[in-house]
Design a protein around this ligand. Structure first.
Ligand code: PRP
Ligand code: ZN
Length: 286
């Protein structure tokens, strides 16, 4: 039986979320024994490789792994030829220019002829070009954030997510240049069998993503207001309407998009809805 080899980050910003995604998809990916380099899912034809995130694009491009979960930032930096199968909606971050807290900042020009430390020289080169800046790029392999303190650079160009790394190193984010999130990538020449496994995985991922951005809503509606209330609830097809013991009222069930949620709730209350319950959805198959 064919199996699909997927590379994920061994330890870092994306590792827990990647494992969580597999678990929600019914695939047990975690390796109890403090994470070996390899795990075989027993319930799905997938093998997991735990790698350094920087190595994932190349492994997928070379076919050492069939697919991988990695930040777009790493793909852009390595310039490897891989196919993005799905944006995953987690691991969101930006690549920013940051400077010491006490520096006098005058705008983007400030970076001209400065020394900027980064692990993303290729992306930085492009960013500088696009903004007509000339700066000295200082490539470093880790702990970029300490460079200004020890006098190795005037500024840094690095990933910012919560901002706590910058804060604890006395740095301030001045320019947000590129936005990135985790994506599922694949090799561009997968065989039929592997493509089929990936399709199955993507089907599950779509259900998880849809569930995350939607809520299940239950409410009581006076029968004479039902028509107005239903108009506010698009639902997957149309809302379910169930009778209640009190024949003047019905129970209405539907699905609402998280982003429109508070707007809809206000309108529902104004239209006469009562006893509104909102519950998370586990999986949603469209
Ligand atoms: C990035 C970056 C910072 C940190 C920023 O590392 O290098 O150290 O995340 O996050 P914060 O704003 O939430 O503090 P990443 O996890 O991508 O790992 P790597 O750079 O070592 O591969
Ligand atoms: Zn890395």
């Amino acid at each position: 039986m064919e199996r699909l080899k997927i590379a994920i980050q061994k330890s870092g910003r994306l590792s827990d979320k990647s494992i969580e995604l597999f678990e929600k998809a019914g695939i047990s990916a975690s390796n109890n024994s403090s994470r070996l380099l390899f795990a075989s899912a027993s319930d799905f034809p997938i093998d997991i490789l735990y790698l350094r995130d920087d190595d994932i694009p190349q492994c997928v491009a070379d076919g050492v792994a069939d697919a991988g979960i990695v930040g777009e930032n790493v793909i852009w930096e390595t310039g490897q030829k891989v196919v993005t199968a799905e944006k995953l909606g987690f691991g969101k971050c930006r690549l920013s220019l940051a400077i010491p807290r006490d520096a006098q900042y005058s705008g983007l020009d400030w970076f001209n002829s400065k020394k900027i430390a980064t692990t993303y020289p290729n992306i930085l080169k492009k960013v500088l070009q696009d903004n007509n800046l000339t700066a000295d790029i200082h490539v470093i392999n880790g702990s970029v954030e300490i460079c200004p303190v020890i006098g190795l650079a005037d500024a840094i160009f690095d990933i910012v997510s919560t901002g706590s790394t910058l804060l604890s190193n006395g740095l301030v984010e001045k320019e947000k240049m590129v936005y990135s999130e985790a994506v599922l990538i694949k090799n561009d020449k997968l065989n039929e069998g592997k493509e089929q496994i990936l399709e199955k995985l993507l089907f599950r991922i779509h259900a998880i993503k849809a569930a995350k951005s939607n809520k299940y809503i239950l409410l009581n509606a006076p029968k004479d207001k039902l028509e107005d209330i239903i108009k506010l609830l698009p639902g997957m097809k149309s809302p379910s309407v169930l009778p209640l013991a009190d024949s003047n009222w019905v129970s209405v069930h539907s699905v609402v998009e998280e982003s429109k949620f508070w707007d809809i709730i206000d309108q529902l209350r104004a239209a006469g809805a009562q006893g509104i319950l909102v519950v998370p959805i586990e999986k949603m198959i469209l």
